[in-house]
Design a binder for this molecule. Structure first.
Ligand code: NAD
Length: 480
């Protein structure tokens, strides 16, 4: 296990000496301590990334060389998957067998292979004559030093979603993992070095919000990419304005699940429930608001409640565990606060709503279904980031669409119907970056992932993500 800063290819102590305790959320016990990176640490890491960028050790490698290194990194992650997966499950409370080993690790490997392939196709568009006597060439160049700030819900995946496209584009990086979950990113740093990605190209500075703030303020950082809450996105955008950095923001979500009367209610309920408890609901695309056409409300609610009651809450390393703990006591209390305020506002808890018994010390929450919530109430409008789902009725397509779009967020939505025309109409009119038809939650490396509205802008995954880490230069050559 690595517990130091990774700067310029070296494991370094922090200048400030401050530390953060790292807990196992399933037990509440401390498992490690890592540096709480200071401004001086951030500066050291940025200088290393700057040197590595301008001397061309990565940015001027051929696309083929960058691609090979990323393929090697994917292979190493696959080979060491069980080890890094154990660290991830211990640090983030994820069910090891179902989520980490069958989900996050193979997906992260696939993401890296996608970006390794994408690294071969980062050059600019064709040359052309657009002004008499001139030939124009459009170069696609890496943006430069990028500050990347990750959340705690998918620590390894989010690190890979950030590093993969930035490295494919030829950027150098200072990555700051979330303060609660830095361990898998530190191990990834070891694999990055083993893969032959040169020292200084990827630097990992652990720390809290102030460490992130120092990275955003740093004048040598050309772009900041955050996955985090909408509130943090707004702060980062304001700070980045001082140095006019490019910002790339993957923020919160409040995904609706719209179930029409012709849908297969069993399938819709099973998919919605899984997407509500997956990763303990700590997923920006989690199913949070189920809207059911009123003729099917009762049977859909019954099926959702049965599915949520059937979720096996357990310790991350038990094979039959479907849902582990929340990430922290703070997060658990936040989730319980939302539930209490929903109750006080007149909503009804049909199942869950509290803390399951038998988990001394861990930060567990019950899978929870809430009904009778007003569309304008907090529980419908705000991101809870816990295993909590509301079920409401709607009357007709127009109302379903209005309810679905009626939040500040715009990350993901789903529609369950057998009517293709209706599915296409909704897919067009829902203001969300991802719209699933007859499913909720799957992703693919090729699919752009990102928000509309206050869920942010810029894409993770896909070739678009690589483009986000590039800047176009117009080279104009006089022909005479
Ligand atoms: P958070 O916003 O509290 O923290 C995210 C990261 O930002 C952390 O590393 C934190 O230290 C850092 N940070 C906080 N304040 C900062 C500041 N002023 N300057 C610089 N850095 C700062 O979010 P979280 O609680 O870690 O993660 C949960 C949030 O992330 C949820 O809202 C969720 O929806 C969102 N999320 C979005 C996506 C997506 O793809 N859109 C994916 C996962 C999570």
């Amino acid at each position: 296990m690595y517990t130091k800063l990774f700067i310029d290819g070296q494991w370094q102590d922090s200048d400030g000496g401050a530390e953060m305790a790292i807990l196992n959320p399933a037990t509440g016990q401390q498992i490690a301590a890592v540096p709480d990176g200071s401004g001086a640490d951030v500066d050291r890491a940025v200088q290393a990334a700057k040197t590595a960028f301008y001397d061309g050790r990565w940015s001027r490698k051929t696309p083929g060389e960058r691609s090979l290194a990323l393929f090697r990194l994917a292979d190493l992650l696959e080979q060491r998957g069980a080890e890094i997966g154990r660290i991830e499950s211990e640090n983030a409370g994820k069910p090891y067998a179902q989520l980490t080993m069958a989900g996050d690790i193979p997906f992260a490997v696939d993401n890296l292979r996608f970006f390794a392939a994408a690294a071969r196709d980062t050059h600019g568009s064709r040359a052309g004559e657009f002004a008499a006597g001139y030939t124009s060439m459009f170069r696609r160049e890496p943006v430069g030093v990028v500050g990347q700030i990750a959340p705690w819900n998918y620590p390894l995946l989010m690190a890979v979603w950030k590093l993969g496209p930035a490295l494919a584009a030829g950027c150098t990086v200072v990555l700051k993992p979330a303060p609660t979950t830095p361990l898998s990113a530190l191990m990834l740093a070891e694999l990055i070095q083993r893969a032959g990605i040169p020292d200084g190209v990827v630097n990992v500075v652990t720390g809290g919000n102030d460490t992130g703030q120092a990275l955003v303020e740093h004048p040598e950082v050309r772009m900041v990419s955050l996955t985090g809450s909408t509130a943090t996105g707004k702060k980062i955008m304001a700070t980045a304005a001082n140095t006019l950095k490019r910002v790339h923001l993957e923020l919160g979500g409040k995904a609706p699940v719209i179930v029409f009367d012709d849908a297969d209610v069993e399938i819709a309920s099973a998919k919605a429930s899984f997407a509500a408890i997956c990763n303990t609901g700590q997923d920006c695309t989690a199913a949070t608001r189920v809207y059911v056409e009123k003729s099917r409300y009762n049977d859909t609610l019954e099926a959702v409640v049965a599915a949520m009651r059937g979720v096996k809450v357990g310790m991350p390393f038990d094979d039959d565990t479907a849902m582990g703990p929340a990430i922290s006591d703070v997060q658990r209390r936040r989730v319980l606060g939302f539930i209490e305020r929903a109750k006080a506002g007149g909503a009804r808890i049909v199942t869950g709503g509290g803390v399951p018994t038998g988990f001394d010390g861990g930060f567990f929450v019950e899978p929870t279904v809430i009904v009778d919530a007003d569309q304008k109430s907090e529980i419908i409008q705000s991101e809870v980031f816990g295993p909590v789902i509301t079920v409401s009725a709607f009357d007709g397509e127009a109302q379903a669409l209005a309810y679905g779009n009626d939040v500040l967020y715009g990350l993901a939505a789903s529609v369950f119907t057998k009517d293709v025309g209706r599915a296409m109409r909704l897919a067009q009119q829902l203001e969300f970056g991802t719209v699933w038809i007859n499913d909720h939650i799957p992703l693919a490396s090729e699919g752009p992932h990102g928000g509309f509205k206050q869920s942010g802008f810029g894409k993770d995954l896909s070739a678009e993500a690589v483009g986000d880490y590039q800047i176009t230069k117009h080279v104009m050559i006089a022909n005479s």
